[in-house]
Ligand binder design. Sequence first.
Ligand SMILES: Cc1cc2nc3c(=O)[nH]c(=O)nc-3n(C[C@H](O)[C@H](O)[C@H](O)COP(=O)(O)O)c2cc1C
Length: 361
Amino acid sequence: MTLVSDDTAGRDVGPRIGVWALEEGAFGSPHHPDDPHDASWERIKGQVLLAEELGFDSTLIAQLFISPWGEEYDQGEAWSLAAALAALTERIEIIAAIKPYAYPPAIAAKMALQIEEISKGRFAINFVNGWFVLEARRLGLQFYEHDERYDYGREWITIVRELLAGRPSTFDGRWFRTDGYVPRPASRWRERPRIYAGGESPPARALVADTVDTWFMNGQPIERVAQLIEDVRARPRVGPPVTFGLSAFVIARETDEEADEAHREAWEIGKSDAAEQAWLAAQVDPRVQMFQTYARYPHIGSNGGTAAGLVGSYDTVAERIRAFHELGIELFMLQFQPFEDEMRRFAEHVMPRVRATSVSA
Ligand SMILES: Cc1cc2nc3c(=O)[nH]c(=O)nc-3n(C[C@H](O)[C@H](O)[C@H](O)COP(=O)(O)O)c2cc1C
């Protein structure tokens, strides 16, 4: 299974670049005058098909059953979106997030292998332990205390890993039991779908080192990303090394000054989200590391967003992507606003610069 972005001669062909799917209707502000909240299927379908056409390599569909903007907002459902998008696309990787307490592991593995089949080997899961206390309560999901969620997740992922590879699972743990289940068909294209995970706390990092292919990090300054990569690389591991992904919200313009101005405007627009932000803050499990990181680095977008520093001229943004890639970031998962227009701009102006610097690297 190829897990790094090297070509067959072992040369670095640069990072893969993906976009977050719009299952939550907007990244940035749901009140943006040119990009109001819209989580409809038609919109998401158009966005992901456009991403594929523009040359993006991957799309990540977050799993939320209630909108993070508030209970009255529409919210897409990750796995049914993933299956539909798998059928409509041809090349782009489709990653669906999954909360281990939402589905028993054998059911999740079976669903994943079905989407692997529909997509002809382009499906991946993103293990996320969640933070959304109200969501778990409303749906009646078991939401253990923070570190216990990782113990639970470790059992869950141990079973899922075996089943994704088409191997039989017989497991007798604290939470789960399987008895010789063998999902069929297994992947016809590779050993198994890739396993990503998002989560920053020490138990998340331990789980990543033990069981995950690619660790997704929240957008944050490069020095901090370097420390996190070092931490995970230093942990004991069996099998191929962990690879790394980074979430980021991009504001790219012809010049740094223009990008700074667009950044200021985005903060202005964000002032109309005070009610949504206050509501969201009240829903968060305070032990979740991710929100502690957020508090340190104010940003636009979800999952660290602009804190990754991809704000600047086309050259600046390409240069920063290259610097992250040199540290080990293999996949960038990007957000924009207005999404489709800014994604087009990125594909036209930044993507070729990233590719050019990679070839000469
Ligand atoms: C790239 C990325 C994607 C994520 N996607 C989701 C998601 O789809 N749904 C969700 O509830 N949380 C998502 N999260 C948040 C994780 O659930 C959160 O970081 C973790 O549960 C709590 O962990 P921590 O204390 O280990 O950081 C994501 C995190 C990252 C970095």
